[in-house]
Every structure is written in C-alpha cells, then in structure tokens.
Design a protein around this ligand. Sequence first.
Ligand code: B12
Ligand code: SF4
Length: 459
Amino acid sequence: MKVLLVVPNLPKELDWGTTPEPPLGVASVAAYLEDDHEVRILDNYLERLPPSEVEKQIRSFSPDAVGISAMTFTFGEAQKIAARVKGIDKNINVFVGGPHASLFPAEVLKCENVDAAVRGEGEFTAKEYLDCVKSGKPLNGVAGLAFRRAGKVELNPPRPVLTDLDSLRMPARHLLKIQEYPEYKMSVLLKPPLTTMCTSRGCPYNCSYCSSPTIWGRSWRGSGGKRVVDEMQFLVEKYGVRSIKFHEDHFTLNRKRVLEICSEITSRGLDVTWQCEARVNNVDREILQAMKKAGCRIVWYGIESGTQKILDFYRKGTTLEQIKNAVSLTKEAGVSPMGSFILGAPLESREEMEETIRFGLGLGLKEVYFNALIAIPGTDLYDYVVKNNYLHKHLEGGIIEVEGKVPREEVLMFRNKAQKKVITKKILENWPHLLGYFVTHPAALASKKTLNTVRFLAK
Ligand code: B12
Ligand code: SF4
C-alpha cells in the first residue's frame, strides 16, 4: 500500500514561535511501515503549506492510507486534513497517532473522517493495523488500537510499552528533509549542522501540568550507550552533523547509562557537541564532568518556580537548594545551564512571581525562558483549573489559558518584562559575538526570529 504520514501545522493562536524540528515519532513509525509499504512523510509544521497545497500533495501521491500525527494543539488541523483526504476519496484509510490520540482516543474517533486511533507508541500498532487493513483481518487483535465498529468506538487493550529500546530501529530520517530544518542550517548555541535524537521514553514523576507520563507511561526506559552512540555516529557520517539535541524528558535519569554514553563517545573520538534536558535532582558533579568531556555544552532544566510553595503546587518534587546546586555544578563542569519557568499558577501572588523572576535571573543561567501557565486536557492541573474555574480563555483542543489570583494580562506583563531583561542582558553580554555572526550570516538579520525579537523589544 502507499502510506502518507502527515505532521499538521499549528493554528496561529497556539504557535509560540517554536522552531520546527524533525518529527522523530512519525519517522520511527515509518521505519517499520517501510517493510511492507511505500511510505512518505509530509511535515507541514516545517513546510507550512496552505490546505489546498496539502491536498495537491495528497492527490499527487495517491495514498491508500494517511496517518496523521496529532498533539492536542494540532488536533483541529489534523481533522481538517482528514476531511480533505476523505473529500478526495472516502476509501482512503485515515488513522491518527501521537499525544492526542494517546490521551483521548474516543474523542479522536468522534471525528467521522478518522477510521482508527493509535494509542501510545505507534511503531508496532500502526504496522499491525495496516496489515489488517490490507488483508481484511479483524482489528480487535491489534493492541493499542481504537476503532469504530457498527458506529461504536472499540478500545482494544493497551499495548505494553517497548522495554528494549536497543532493538528499536533508527527513525527513517531519509524520508524527512533533514537538511531543511532551521537548526541544521543555522544553529546559534551549538555548531551547525544540528539534528535531534530521542534515546529514552517514559517518566516516573508526576508534575501536575504535564501530559508526558500519561502519553509515555510511568516506567522509564532508555537505549544503552552503544546503541545511542551508534546513532550519533551514523548522523555524523551520513548527514555531516556536528551537534545533536537530545529531545527527551530524562536524558540523565539513569546515571550509569549517562556514564556509558559519555565513555562510548570519548573512546570513539566522536567530534560532536550536544545538549540534553534534565531534572535538577538527577545530575551530580561526576556525570556533569563526564558529559562535558564527551561534548555536552548545554543542559536544559525545567525549573518552573523560584518559590517552594509553587514548586510543591506543581508537584515538581524538587527544592530551591537542588536547583541552585544543579546550576552551580553544571557551570563548574563548564556546561551551560539553561532554564524555563512558569508564571501565573492559580494561587501565585504578584510577589511570588517577582520572586521567581528574581530567582531565575539571579541563577546565572545561560538562557532563561518565562512562560505563562496553560492547562492541557488530561492533566491533573487541567481538572483542578476546571473544577475551581481558574479560566481565562479556552484555546483550540480545550487547552486553557489559566487565570488565578492575578489577572492573565498582568501575568503576561510580568512575563514580557522578565523576558525583555533576559534578551537585553544576552545582547549586552554577547554583542561582539553577535556582530561577528551577523557579518558572516547577513541573511540572519532578516530572519523571522531576529525580526520578532526586535519587534518584541520595541513594544
Ligand atoms: C521534540 C518535541 C517537539 C519538536 C518536534 C515535534 C514533532 N512533530 O515531533 C518541536 C520542537 C517541533 C515540538 C513542537 C511542539 N510541541 Co513538542 N515535544 C517534543 C518532545 C520533547 C519529544 C517528542 C518526540 O520526539 N518524542 C519521541 C518520539 C519517538 O515520540 P512521539 O513523537 O510522541 O511519537 C510516538 C507516538 O506518539 C506515536 N506517534 C506520533 N505520531 C504518530 C503518527 C501516527 C500516524 C502514528 C500511528 C503514531 C504516531 O508513535 C511514535 C513512536 O512511538 C515532547 C515531549 C515528550 N516526551 O513526548 C513534546 C510534546 C509532544 N510537545 C508538545 C507541544 C505542546 C508542542 C507544541 C504544540 C508547542 C507549541 N505550541 O509550539 C509544538 C507543536 C508543533 C507541531 N506541529 O508538531 C506537548 C504535547 C502535549 C499534548 N497533549 O498535545 C509535549 C508532550 C510536551 C509536554 N510535556 O507537554 N515539539
Ligand atoms: S515535567 Fe518532566 S519530570 Fe515532570 S512529569 Fe513531565 S516529563 Fe516528567
């Protein structure tokens, strides 16, 4: 069969200006579908094609099945694509996977243009599903699948999570336009060309605002050092990449694995720089120093707040002491710590927001991001916000802009003021480097990112 996998674009109101990155989930599913099918991927978050152009591409490939990746944020767009597909030919099979299908399979199937929803990890569920579609076998044996039978939604039992990530194939990156992603061409913090990897899944923590554990399960599992570094080496040799961004919730959860990865990189003499994300309670001096030696240049921490009361409200499971300690050990190892914060928890006062901003700016982080709180359906925070009516505005997919004690507009003012301080400080600290960069990359002056920054500072 011919199978097209699509990543939808984001509606404008939900686009935070995130830089598109290779959709590894879809590419990982494709790596298995390719055995039996002719597969193509359309990443419309990268391509930003208008709906008529998406339809043109579907018509020209003429697929038998279209798989759409949906986050809660993009489910509206996913439905529009499904409608276009069925408008072309009702017999084209439409199946949806990704975070939203994992969280709300029954809701996804309320859309009459969707034939099936894949819950959780998609590699084997999608493969078995398409085998059934091809051969006409019944769908009730496919673990992890939700489908409609005689107008009723059937939820098959969940598929057990994949535990042996070493045997998982590499994502089918040859189906993506790897070289077209912005950071491949022009990455500022790490050396370009840069691309991404994901080497672990699952999260044992329980932060109230986060939907990740519901999507991925609570048991963490990761690939071993050899498998991780084989993929890094492949990316260096095949695509000439010089930097890698590890995009996963817990790169450092298992310290033995981190040390294994680092010693594998150093013993192979692999010349790459990289960054990862970690929790402040999952790093220590030894692993940070090994990471630095193995090319790690940046660690992102989801810090969230500068007050213990709000950290506890989010059930973050961290303390202010752990935050300060992790940031200081990271700097001591010669790695740049970066951190993100959330402002506007329902019971957060103006003084507490100011404290978070003061704390965040005072930590000496290389980059700091302040976000205003939103609540995503399927999280405990969402239920709490709905129950207590801390609602400012409903966005697409039922996502809620939260408004608590302090009006949302004021939270945004706090956020913008803090972010302007961060940007101004960065420009002042880095102006010789920035000047040099713009001289050698004049096109960057007219890039969307630069223009947006100038507009933001001028406001
Ligand atoms: C890397 C990443 C990105 C990258 C790449 C996105 C992409 N399209 O893959 C970038 C930076 C571009 C990005 C952007 C956004 N992201 Co993001 N992102 C992540 C992150 C950190 C890892 C995702 C990943 O690569 N995982 C590894 C792969 C293997 O897993 P996967 O993508 O989930 O795919 C598996 C299954 O979901 C399923 N699957 C996925 N797609 C499909 C499709 C089909 C047809 C099938 C059958 C199966 C299937 O099978 C895959 C293999 O098992 C997750 C956090 C997390 N831990 O998941 C957040 C996360 C997915 N992102 C999130 C959000 C909110 C966004 C944005 C909406 C933010 C914004 N407003 O800008 C945008 C949306 C952009 C878009 N149109 O895709 C949320 C989604 C929450 C939700 N309930 O919807 C998450 C869960 C973060 C969080 N904790 O809240 N993101
Ligand atoms: S924020 Fe991070 S640690 Fe907390 S539940 Fe989500 S993935 Fe896990």
